[in-house]
Design a protein around this ligand. Structure first.
Ligand code: NG1
Ligand code: ZN
Length: 511
């Protein structure tokens, strides 16, 4: 009971603002940083309980991700580095909004025994967690995917890698160097770090790359504001390059988001036209590469690409009809994509916004490993198996990771001798537009069919269907955001004018 009193005393130092109700959304709690103090403290408690339940080390990541500097967020990471399960999202919401003694009273006798969690932040303070007896390690400033990696390493006794930032760089950079060791010409990459933690970490990592990848770093946090007119979300949604960066025609560029779990590529052509290569283009390049290697290796493994409703229709068409790859669509939020990708030997998943990775089943990894070590196979199969093995090692399988994705894409382009323009022409995106609509209560919109159709309010879907019919190759859907108080509208059509007009008309139907 003394422990219970102590926690209540500590909790009183982090009071919940009266009337404030927050929900654990698509990726944890997200709101203005000033409103999050009590949430931070309570997430320390929840991490302790989750550790107790899973008998493993849990992660707590503090990050504003792609949102503006004044925002912040916090989320839990489960033992294998994946997002916390859905039933615990409910517990998180309860714990955030109710009186602590009502929620936690019964479980206090055993609360802090045999449990541990680790914390990391992409910018905010971690002080709310440091008084917890269950805290194992404070990693300080790390990217979100680095903390996911640490959790997995902690719980697999180092089998996935060493649970340090150095260990992270060593694992992924060594794999990159191995993967590209027979490739001669290497060009240079222009990187926008969104003034976030990713820039800092790329700088730290550079010596491990041994000059095998030349990166010029912009928006490294020395001047600009986090995610302000830069970063992956800005580039993707605005469909233009970050402001203030000089980009030479044809130059290969990429942008991270503020916590480096998203990445998008782009270039401008000789006429100054901007070309975006988003998560869909990355999923296509990666799955094509992997499928070719699996064929060359003679391995019969089932590969699939997992997307969301935001995936460009052209990408889905190309993957299904030209590449003959199985495509699955899930609800928005990487936890959903991750889950479906686990059903396959090789599951490539990406949100269009550039958040994604590749998962390999245990059986697939073992088959690849066996073939790579087999002395009786021909050179072609062996070479493919070795490339596959190094590809597995360059990928952060715990979560979408801008740094690891960048190394993977750079390696694939180098191995294939492909320019960003050649990659871009694999298929042509349908023009599209994303809008945000502010409504009184976004929760009145309920969706089905992986968020592609609205069930409520009555008549909304019918109105959208009628608008879509007016345009060619058109598609549109609406859904309430899980991270912002807005409804998102997406539209695509045969021309940019049509996509813009459709998105506008659908947003009027949402009011
Ligand atoms: P919401 O706000 O639920 O649309 C956004 C992104 C998600 C995901 C989360 C978490 C879009 C359309 N939505 O979710 O894909 O990345 O943020 O960061 O990009
Ligand atoms: Zn992010």
């Amino acid at each position: 009971m003394a422990q219970f009193q102590e926690v209540l005393k500590q909790s009183a130092l982090h009071p919940k603002p009266a009337g404030l109700v927050l929900q654990y959304g698509t990726s944890g709690f997200r709101t203005n940083a000033k409103q999050l103090d009590h949430i931070m403290f309570r997430m320390g408690l929840l991490a302790t309980l989750r550790s107790k339940k899973t008998k493993a080390t849990i992660g707590v990541m503090v990050t504003a991700s792609h949102n503006p500097e004044e925002d912040n967020g916090v989320k839990l990471i489960d033992p294998m580095g994946e997002m916390v399960t859905q039933d615990w999202e409910e517990h998180a919401t309860q714990l955030a909004n109710y009186m602590l003694c009502n929620v936690l009273g019964p479980c206090f006798a055993w609360l802090f025994c045999f449990c541990s969690f680790i914390v990391g932040t992409s910018s905010g303070s971690l002080s709310a967690f440091l008084s917890f007896p269950s805290i194992l390690l404070d990693y300080g400033l790390v990217t979100t995917p680095q903390l996911h990696y640490m959790v997995c390493c902690q719980n697999t006794q180092g089998k996935y890698g060493e649970a340090t930032v150095e260990g992270y760089y060593t694992k992924f950079c060594q794999a990159f160097i191995q993967l590209t060791k027979n490739v001669r010409s290497r060009s240079h990459l222009c990187l926008d770090g969104a003034n976030g933690i990713g820039a800092l970490k790329v700088r730290e990592m550079e010596s491990h790359l041994k000059k095998e990848l030349q990166i010029s770093l912009n928006n490294d946090g020395s001047k600009g504001r986090l995610n302000h007119q830069c970063g992956a979300d800005y580039v993707k949604v605005q469909q233009k390059p970050p402001t203030g960066i000089k980009i030479n025609p044809g130059e290969r560029c990429c942008s991270f988001d503020g916590d480096a779990d998203r990445i998008v590529y782009y270039y401008t052509d000789s006429e100054g036209t901007f070309h975006l290569l988003d998560g869909d283009k990355m999923a296509t390049l990666i799955s094509t590469f992997l499928k070719e290697l699996l064929t060359q290796a003679g391995l019969d493994l089932k590969i699939a690409v997992v997307q969301t409703a935001y995936a460009n229709g052209s990408s889905t068409h190309y993957l299904e009809n030209t590449m003959k790859v199985l495509v699955r669509c899930t609800k928005t939020g990487v936890k959903h994509l991750h889950h479906v990708a686990q059903e396959f030997d090789v599951g490539v998943y990406f949100e269009a916004n550039g958040h994604g990775t590749v998962l390999f089943s245990k059986a697939a990894e073992e088959k690849i490993q066996q073939l790579a070590e087999d002395t009786n196979v021909n050179d072609k199969r062996k070479k493919a198996a070795l490339l596959l093995r190094n590809t597995i090692n360059v990928i952060n399988q715990t979560v979408g990771d801008a740094i690891s994705d960048m190394l993977l894409i750079e390696a694939i382009l180098a191995i294939k001798g492909m320019t960003i323009q050649q990659w871009d022409t694999i298929y042509t995106d349908l023009p599209n537009r994303q809008l945000k609509v502010k409504v009184a209560d976004r929760r009145v919109i309920d969706t089905t069919d992986a968020e592609r159709r609205a069930v409520t309010p009555a008549g909304l879907q019918e109105a959208i269907d009628n608008l879509v019919k007016k345009y060619r190759q058109a598609r549109s859907f609406v859904r309430p955001s899980g991270t912002e108080d807005v409804v998102r509208v997406y539209a695509e059509a045969d021309t940019q004018e049509s996509a813009d007009a459709l998105a506008h008309e659908v947003s009027l139907a949402v009011y």
